[in-house]
Design a protein around this ligand. Structure first.
Ligand code: NAD
Ligand SMILES: O=C(O)C(=O)C[C@@H](O)[C@H](O)[C@H](O)COP(=O)(O)O
Ligand code: ZN
Length: 379
């Protein structure tokens, strides 16, 4: 069992990581339920695979459940309206907790509903996918997707508590495990080279669900994210923007795929990580061997490391056009998270979208690493 505290002053909360926790959820949720009631938001797959465990774990509390269709398409205005309308119809009062029980889609949508319902309702994250356990359940980013782009409508709204039960992963599909693993790799690549070494040696065990490896990977990823969120809760200093490594590419790819589950967020992130390292090499910031190591590890764990691996045939111009609506834009220029090596990500505000478009086209043509190589100077 481990507990990571997200140190946010009056909004501080615990992330509890413990096998079997879902079956004991009421113990931790009862103090947050003033009327002895909790309002569960979940999706159809999670309800079928894990709902009975939560029902048993919540015994003693009265519960109401709102169930949405599974998949990225549910991060929509329509589903936000459905969830908030249902919660209001069920008579939720302002102090009563919403339980986001599912993957990142449920967490982002239920968290956003909690942020706006009656101008702010408490919520608890009970993540059931690997991605949600290691990333989306922590940090308070909530959002939906709109035609202009990914996560463009949302709010910062911190949960009161996060309950992570790795046993829930027993029913998660292997493809979804790999997608979540991409965000673990991201954490290591941003700022923890020793963790990346460990992942190279133990990634297969994590993906196979080996309890000790899984517990270590989850706890390390959560601790890494919690520390960054505590430093820069609302992504104002630039520190939290590092958690976007690979994401400017990923969000453009997801938009290109129509926010469908043809390309999962974690899969797009994996390709985005490889592209961010390749672009860093192209710009003379990073050693080609580091980018090669990243690509090798992603592919070794069954993740995509290029647009071709994802089956995305979009042009550089089309993807760069989508990047123009990225939230990390200031003065008309999109900031990119690049890397000077493994564990050495930084925010680069000096990247032209035209150059990124050219890079993507040449990457697609298989001409990634220019002869000039790179200098490894910090900039
Ligand atoms: N808020 C953040 O900080 C943050 C961070 C990373 C990602 N995200 C968002 O998270 C979303 C992706 O999350 P995801 O990968 O969890 O996708 P998801 O929520 O769609 O879940 C993946 C699939 O697995 C199913 N599932 C989940 N848990 C299961 C279980 N235990 N057993 C059986 N099936 C299960 C779901 O029903 C779904 O079909 C994206 O929208 C992404 O933008 C948000
Ligand atoms: O928590 C963060 O900060 C992240 O960037 C985590 C990302 O993995 C996640 O996908 C997040 O939703 C992206 O945020 P956005 O601000 O780029 O929408
Ligand atoms: Zn992400």
């Amino acid at each position: 069992m481990s507990i990571v505290r997200v140190e946010l002053g009056p909004r501080a909360y615990d992330v509890r990581i413990e096998a079997g926790l879902i079956g004991r959820a009421a113990q931790h949720l009862a103090p947050l339920a003033p009327n002895g009631r909790a309002f569960v938001v979940t999706d159809q797959n999670v309800a079928a695979a894990q709902g009975a465990r939560l029902t048993q774990g919540l015994s003693g509390l009265a519960t109401e459940t709102v169930t949405i269709p599974a998949g990225e398409a549910s991060k929509s205005w329509e589903m936000l309206a459905f969830v908030t309308d249902r919660l209001l119809a069920l008579g939720i009062e302002r102090g009563e907790p919403i339980i986001a029980f599912g993957g990142g889609v449920v967490g982002d949508l239920a968290g956003f509903a909690a942020a706006i319902l009656q101008r702010g309702t408490p919520y608890v994250q009970v993540p059931t996918s690997l991605l949600a356990m290691v990333d989306s359940s922590v940090g308070g980013k909530t959002a939906i997707d709109v035609s202009a782009g990914k996560n463009l409508i949302g709010a910062f709204h911190q949960p009161r508590l996060v309950l992570i039960d790795p046993e829930a992963l027993a029913t998660l599909a292997a493809r979804q495990m790999r997608a979540g693993y991409a965000e673990i790799v991201k954490a290591a690549l941003i700022g923890d080279p020793a963790f990346f070494d460990w992942l190279e040696a133990n990634g297969a065990s994590v993906l196979a669900g080996a309890p000790d490896a899984l517990a270590h990977a989850i706890a390390a990823s959560v601790a890494f994210k919690a520390a960054i969120v505590a430093e820069d809760e609302r992504e104002t200093s630039g520190r939290r923007a590092l958690l976007n490594l690979g994401h400017t590419f990923a969000h453009a790819i997801e938009a290109e795929a129509g926010f469908s589950d043809d390309v999962l967020h974690g899969e797009a992130v994996a390709a985005g990580l490889a592209l961010a390292f390749d672009l860093s090499v192209r710009r003379g910031l990073c050693a080609p061997e580091d980018a090669a190591r990243v690509g090798r590890h992603l592919r070794a764990t069954g993740l995509p490391a290029s647009l071709a691996d994802l089956g995305i045939a979009a042009t550089g111009a089309s993807l760069a056009g989508r990047m123009a609506s990225d939230k990390k834009k200031a003065g008309g220029r999109v900031a990119f998270i690049l890397a000077r090596g493994i564990g050495r990500a930084f925010v680069d505000r000096d990247v032209e979208l035209e150059a990124v478009a050219k890079f993507l086209d040449s990457a697609a043509a298989g001409a990634l690493h220019p002869a000039r190589g790179c200098d490894r100077q910090d900039q």
